[in-house]
Write a protein that binds this ligand. Structure first.
Ligand code: A4P
Ligand code: MG
Length: 196
């Protein structure tokens, strides 16, 4: 309890029986916002399964600041665990010269691990953790249309555990204040690379 590092035994990793799948929320509201989001898609290209559209979103959390661009990625890597996804995201935040000043304040790049699961020979195990350095599932995801809307776009069948109970994303979106949902607008911007 309280740790996000799954108990992977080395032999299991070598046999490829463990695979970590994660949902990442990426956001930017400072500098070249689209370039910051693209830096994540480029760096995560080897593990990328799906990438959402780009959404323009009203700032969440009560700190006055400019609108964000947000998107959600679905990634998969046989050799990664939940903490690897966090560390990879934080490296990219640093590369974007992110400065931490105000909680929920403006930032060049934010990469949050929303959800993570291990795929094993005996099925899928959702990662749960109360560790403050990596809380899973992300404790605010169900309150955020800027996470749920792009995630629903790329994985409409997904569920998210809220207080221990799995809920379909559609139900979580419907439960939000309409103003919260309406603050999330689809753009024509894209993070997908053009086919060669
Ligand atoms: N941390 C714990 N669990 C996680 C997790 N699942 N994923 C820890 C990522 N990080 C996690 O984060 C603080 C600490 O949270 C880290 O040390 C990490 O180990 P931070 O990135 O340093 O600070 P922060 O981002 O300001 O705080 P916080 O609470 O993580 O904020 P959020 O949740 O990232 O929210 N509005 C819109 N429209 N779009 C946005 O993208 N983003 C935020 C930031 C606020 N409002 C927004 C948006
Ligand atoms: Mg964050």
């Amino acid at each position: 309890m309280g740790t996000a590092r799954p108990a992977h035994d080395g032999a299991e990793r070598q046999r490829g029986a463990v695979m970590s799948r994660a949902v990442l929320s990426i956001g930017s509201n400072l500098g070249d916002r689209l370039a910051h989001l693209r830096s994540v898609v480029d760096a995560f290209a080897p593990w990328l399964i799906r990438v959402s559209s780009v959404y323009s979103t009203a700032p969440w959390g009560g700190v006055p600041q400019q609108h964000y661009l947000n998107a959600v990625l679905l990634v998969d890597d046989p050799s990664a665990d939940a903490r690897d996804w966090l560390l990879r995201g934080q490296e990219l935040e640093q590369a974007a010269e992110r400065v931490r000043e105000v909680r929920w304040g403006a930032r060049t790049l934010d990469v949050d691990v929303v959800w993570c699961a291990d795929r094993r020979s005996d099925g899928v195990r959702v990662c749960r953790s109360t560790d403050p350095t990596l809380t899973l599932p992300h404790p605010q995801a169900h309150n955020r249309a800027f996470v749920l809307t792009p995630w629903f776009e790329i994985e409409p069948e997904a569920t998210l555990e809220v207080q221990g109970r799995p809920s379909p994303l559609r139900d979580l979106l419907d439960a939000l204040d309409p103003a919260e949902r309406e603050g999330v607008r689809l753009t024509e911007l894209t993070l997908r690379r053009a086919e060669p």
